[in-house]
Design a protein around this ligand. Structure first.
Ligand code: ATP
Length: 446
């Protein structure tokens, strides 16, 4: 399914360099040489990812009365992973190149006869299966009885609690249970920055619907909801596709599946999968635990297993998508006719780590600094703001590179007219706005 874009707008090297330079993403344990497949989020990256999670949470949980919140433990009873199929079947197939010793996922190879790294022919080992679950041990004894897994997805914590939730929350299908949390997979070939990592966060919605033939309509509805979500935060429609899986591509029990994919610099990559999983998950836990997780329908006086529509999105991949999608290298000419270039992140205002920057034009003028600082601390109560001072060109350049939609400058004129220069990131247009109307001005635009 992967295709390479003809002319990527930006390379992953450029994204990684900006992410490091401006404090979005750092390699984990960098001072020790790093550890493959793990990343840390810097001051701006941590806010970016939080904004993405908050946007998902607000729209999926808080603004709906048919979805409840959940937060399950990372380590669960090992039998939960037996029931879910992860112990026996959560495998990737890999091969090693005997010449350069590099390891590849078999299904990612374009040509299974030639190593993409060193070019050697017929140098691969036989394909071998590799379970992706990370193991740990619980308790003081490291024997097989203490073996536990770091969850490879958050969903199972919801399934095993299905009855606890519908009983305590007094919900009946159709309703959903949502959670955002860490998941771990011992990926064979982590790569492309935070796209494929070994520790990541998922936002999962498990939506249970009655067994009355309405499941396909609910599936279609959720695909539309998710389409609207990406579009409302400004992800470019031409770089996003909803790929309908064929019966061969989806698990045998799934009745329908759609992958949300983004056109990354290396080609299309999955951000989220939406699936109609039938009763597979609840059935599997009922079988192994021997507990009845069915819903009791008061009206019909019958027990039934609800059908599950799942939306499972990776928050690290989604945050990376916002970063890549926002990135633009813009060429222009200055008033003197000299060619100019700026890097700008065109984040949606709700996603931007900093929404408003307030500058004092001069660092050494106490009156300007004080006014700028006091304006910034007031704005801080209503938006994500930041104070800075110094050379205005450099300040704009920095804020463009971190995607701040508005910069406000307190300059010498402010002392006379009580107004600030507002500079808009995308158009670079500047206008004077009275300090007293700044709150209204920003409310309308953020
Ligand atoms: P892939 O085919 O890319 O390995 P997957 O189909 O195994 O992904 P799912 O099991 O459907 O992924 O997980 C749901 C979501 O979780 C994915 O769409 C992705 O956004 C996120 N995700 C899965 N694996 C990783 C990973 N290793 N790193 C970052 N995010 C991940």
């Amino acid at each position: 399914m992967e295709s390479t874009p003809n002319e990527p707008r930006v390379s992953m090297d450029e994204i990684a360099a900006l992410a490091k330079r401006r404090g979005f993403i750092f390699q984990s344990s960098e001072i020790y040489g790093g550890i493959g497949g793990f990343y840390d989020y810097g001051p701006l990256g941590a806010v970016l990812k939080r904004n993405v999670k908050n946007a998902w949470w607000r729209d999926t949980v808080e603004l709906r009365d048919d979805v409840v919140a959940f937060d399950s433990s990372i380590i669960m009873h090992p039998l939960a992973w037996k029931a879910s199929g992860h112990v026996d079947a959560f495998h990737d197939i890999f091969v090693d190149c005997k010449i350069c010793k590099h390891r590849f996922r078999h299904d990612h190879l374009k040509d299974v006869t030639q190593c993409p790294d060193c070019g050697s022919k017929a140098s691969f080992t036989e394909p071998r299966a590799f379970n992706l679950m990370l193991k740990t041990s619980v308790g003081p004894m490291e024997d097989t009885a203490s073996l536990a897994y770091l969850r490879p997805e958050t969903a199972q914590g919801i399934f095993v609690n299905f009855k606890n939730v519908f009983q305590s929350a007094r919900k009946k299908p159709p309703f959903g249970i949502a959670q955002i949390g860490k998941a771990f997979r011992n990926e064979i070939t982590p790569g492309n920055l935070t796209y494929r990592v070994r520790e990541f966060e998922q936002a999962e919605l498990e939506y249970f619907v009655p067994d009355d033939g309405s499941d396909s309509a609910w599936f279609d509805r959720w695909v539309e909801v998710r389409k609207a979500w990406y579009s409302s935060y400004g992800i470019k429609a031409e770089r996003l596709r909803f790929y309908e899986l064929t019966p061969q591509e989806r698990p045998h029990y799934a009745k329908a599946g759609t992958d949300v994919e983004y056109l990354f610099p290396w080609g299309w990559g999955e951000l989220e999968s939406i699936a109609n999983r039938g009763t597979y998950d609840l059935d599997a836990h009922m079988r192994l635990s021997g507990k009845d997780l069915r819903f009791f329908d008061e009206a019909g006086k019958t027990h039934y297993t609800p059908i599950l529509i799942e939306s499972s999105a990776g928050m690290d991949r989604t945050a990376l998508t916002f970063l890549v999608d926002a990135y633009e290298r813009e060429r222009g000419v200055d008033p003197a006719g000299k060619p100019t270039e700026r890097v700008v992140l065109r984040f949606h205002p709700r996603i931007a780590p900093v929404q408003v920057a307030v500058f004092s034009l001069a660092r050494n003028r106490q009156d300007l600094v004080e006014r700028a600082r006091s304006l910034e601390s007031r704005l801080r109560l209503r938006c994500r703001s930041q104070y800075d001072e110094g050379n205005i060109g450099q300040l704009y350049r920095r804020q463009d590179e971190i995607g701040t939609p508005f910069c406000l400058t307190i300059d010498f004129e402010t002392l006379d007219d009580g107004a600030v220069t507002v500079r808009e990131r995308d158009t670079m247009r500047q206008e004077r706005v009275a300090i007293e109307s700044i709150d209204r001005y920003l409310d309308q635009r953020l």
